[in-house]
Design a protein around this ligand. Structure first.
Ligand SMILES: [Zn+2]
Length: 242
């Protein structure tokens, strides 16, 4: 037992660091998806001065902090999204490992939470109007249960979730061309589904409220941010060591 604990202590920092690197990659994915560019090529460069970034500029969180949020070459401000996504991804992988240990349950928990988080950031940036990343997030979230021997359709309440998600999407996007109703539907589905074991379908209420606020011009930004906040809260619940 003591040996197992020592190994876990040894591996924990590794997963936090690996998570931050994955966060760095996620930032690239998020930005290039928004502008429709290739994810792999070209190598990272400053969007303002086009100076190619070197390893020292790409250390997750630390590079941003030591450069005080500015480009090393042209001093342009670098968005705080970069270190925040890196830190969040570090926590998603680190805490998933602490919760599930090494093995298949860890890969399932970390994998689906990481994809869910990236989809939530794409949602809050509101630049991607394609349904693809959000639909993939749902597919991954549900089907990653199968390797654990859990059939996601066993619980009858699961059947109600697509209906609630569709209502949320309709509420949010009514007379609102800029709203990605797929994103609302898919992320509502994941958030409620993730909390199914711990709560009841009452978790649908804040989701529907956020969608309702998004429906009206005056409260649109509040609804949009509230919905993102709900995703992050649900993500924290999913990986919290309980
Ligand atoms: Zn620059």
């Amino acid at each position: 037992m003591a040996e197992k604990e020592a190994l876990q202590l040894l591996l924990t920092p590794f997963f936090f660091i690996f998570g931050s690197l994955l966060g760095s990659f996620s930032n690239v994915v998020i930005l290039r998806m928004a502008s429709g560019k290739s994810v792999i090529f070209p190598p990272s460069a400053c969007p303002k001065c086009n100076h190619q970034l070197h390893a020292i500029d790409l250390i997750p969180v630390l590079s941003w902090l030591t450069l005080r949020g500015r480009c090393r070459y042209c001093q342009t401000r670098i968005a705080w999204q970069y270190p925040v996504v890196e830190a969040c991804m570090a926590m998603i992988l680190g805490f998933s490992y602490l919760k599930a240990g090494l093995g298949l349950p860890f890969i399932v928990l970390a994998g689906r939470t990481a994809i869910w988080f990236v989809a939530s950031v794409l949602f809050v940036r509101n630049e991607v109007q394609s349904p693809n990343p959000f639909a993939w997030a749902v597919i991954f979230y549900v089907y990653l249960n199968f390797p654990l021997g859990v059939c996601p359709f066993v619980d009858r309440r699961v059947l109600a979730i697509p209906v609630i998600a569709a209502v949320a999407a309709l509420l949010a996007s009514f007379r609102n061309e800029r709203t990605n109703d797929f994103a609302w539907g898919c992320l509502s589905f994941i958030a409620i589904y993730s909390l199914l074991q711990r709560f009841s379908l009452l978790t649908a209420i804040p989701v529907l409220l956020a969608a309702l606020l998004n429906r009206y011009e005056r409260t649109r930004s509040v609804g949009h941010l509230l919905f993102f906040g709900l995703q992050i809260t649900a993500i924290i619940y999913a990986i919290a060591p309980m």
